[in-house]
Design a protein around this ligand. Structure first.
Ligand SMILES: N[C@@H](CCC(=O)N[C@@H](CS)C(=O)NCC(=O)O)C(=O)O
Length: 128
């Protein structure tokens, strides 16, 4: 378990995979606890029927928040920011939300980013 706020949240994918780490980073910024299923992105578990029922693409990350399932790292991060950020990481105004989307989607395109998003593999040793 990681973070402080109680949540029935599972994050699928090793935190050594950058996109899964981006979601873990968002959880840490929000202080949200999560359970991690830590297999690496090439692990066959992600192509097994049980996981394909969660993410039909067989990719990580995905989350299960209670009974709600979501995949696509940036969609996950926006969801988490809206649900747990209380206006801090995703503003309530239309314009503020658009700017949050701008940084999250732009960061994803650039391959680097905001808490929104990214961590390069080279920083993995410093992530604690
Ligand atoms: N656009 C997706 C990309 C997901 C993705 O490609 N994940 C990679 C790891 S970073 C994966 O699971 N690869 C396994 C494979 O290609 O079989 C996202 O941002 O979540």
């Amino acid at each position: 378990m990681m973070g402080k706020e109680m949540a029935d949240l599972t994050l699928y994918g090793s935190l050594d995979v950058s996109r899964t780490w981006w979601t873990a980073w968002m959880c840490r910024e929000l202080g949200v606890q999560f359970h991690n299923e830590p297999q690496g992105y090439q692990d066959p578990v992600w192509k097994a029927p049980e996981y394909l029922a969660i993410n039909p693409n067989g990719l990580v990350p995905s989350i299960k928040d209670g009974q709600f399932v979501l995949w696509e790292s940036m969609a996950i991060n926006l969801y988490l920011a809206k649900k747990y950020g209380r206006g801090r990481l995703c503003p309530h105004t239309l314009e503020g939300e658009a700017l949050a989307s701008q940084w999250i989607l732009g960061g994803d395109t650039a391959g680097n980013a905001a808490p929104s998003c990214v961590r390069s593999e080279s920083t993995s040793a410093r992530r604690q």
